[in-house]
Design a protein around this ligand. Structure first.
Ligand code: HEM
Length: 274
């Protein structure tokens, strides 16, 4: 068993122990006629605050608060364990009332987005690493307009040198728009290299009709088309990672606000904390 598998086993065993301890404790509270919903509510709220504190931990990397890797592992296992506690808290029943239903939906959306994010953060970096170059997200629009400028310059230079327009006509019909236009929403959801492959196949077919100078310019176009595809891919996938994190954090803070209100109302109805 490698170190990674051993670590995972250790954390899973710790999470199971935590679930068992919580269950035993709630059983004991119930048996001694305590109000389990209040006790589980306190712990659940504490867990949610701990999960949200990961955001602060990331914002304050300079403070000696433990490594981010350990925080992430704790985050994942506490996140999953909290599902069990929530189930117990609401007695495994459907919540009633608009506010409780909204709170439950927020909780489910936060956990759901967390699981989705776990998948994205495990798969997208590998997909990005397969492209020819790595790009900083903020610089992509600038790099894309550089490509457009270079491609136009290459084609224009070729026309002014030779007076032949075969490549220029193909370029303005098929390539310029591909390089200039942003991708649609469908590409963002599921990026595909189909358009790039089609444009490149058409350019390959055209090569036998090109002059030597045009062929040299078409070589540049091939490289530019490939790079534009990589830029689009990075923009879509890195954008998805950023968008996901934004959603997870926005859900987190809304959840904290709703959960706080829920707790305050519950305590007020009960006549104060015990
Ligand atoms: C009520 C439950 C949860 C809350 C309140 C919560 C909250 C948060 C917060 C505040 C962050 C830090 C974001 C940042 O500043 O970068 C975060 C990150 C993250 N969460 Fe959650 N989370 C919850 C459940 C989960 C669950 C169940 C999972 C997966 C099983 C999960 C997976 C992640 C991942 C993968 C990250 C990003 C880690 C990274 O890239 O560094 N979360 N979560």
């Amino acid at each position: 068993m490698n170190a990674f598998a051993r670590r995972r086993l250790r954390y899973s065993a710790a999470a199971l122990t935590l679930v068992a301890a919580l269950w035993a404790w709630l059983w004991w509270v119930d048996a001694s006629l305590g109000a389990t919903a209040y006790q589980s509510g306190y712990v659940l709220y504490g867990m949610v605050v701990f999960l949200a504190a990961y955001n602060l931990r990331k914002k304050l990397p300079g403070l000696p608060l433990g490594s981010s890797r350990v925080w992430l592992q704790l985050h994942l296992y506490v996140g999953v364990t909290s599902v069990f506690l929530l189930g117990t808290h609401i007695s495994w029943r459907q919540p009633n009332g608009y506010f409780e239903t909204a709170l439950f939906a927020l909780y489910a959306a936060t956990v759901g987005s967390g699981v989705w994010g776990l998948y994205l953060t495990r798969t997208i970096p590998k997909q990005l690493a397969r492209t020819s170059e790595q790009f900083v997200w903020e610089r992509i629009p600038r790099l894309r307009s550089d490509l457009l400028r270079r491609s136009r310059a290459a084609v224009l230079q070729c026309v002014s040198q030779t007076g032949v327009t075969t490549l220029a006509e193909f370029y303005s019909d098929r390539v310029d728009n591909y390089l200039a236009a942003p991708r649609g929403a469908a590409y963002f959801v599921r990026p595909s290299s189909a358009v790039r492959r089609r444009v490149m196949a058409e350019l390959t077919d055209l090569r036998r009709f090109l002059t030597e100078a045009e062929e040299a310019a078409s070589e540049k176009l091939f490289a530019i088309i490939r790079k534009k595809d990589d830029l689009d891919f990075h923009q879509a996938r890195q954008g998805l990672l950023k968008g996901w994190l934004f959603l997870h954090i926005a859900l987190t803070y809304t959840l904290i606000a709703f959960a706080t209100l829920h707790g305050v109302v519950a305590l007020a109805m009960r006549g104060g904390p015990r």
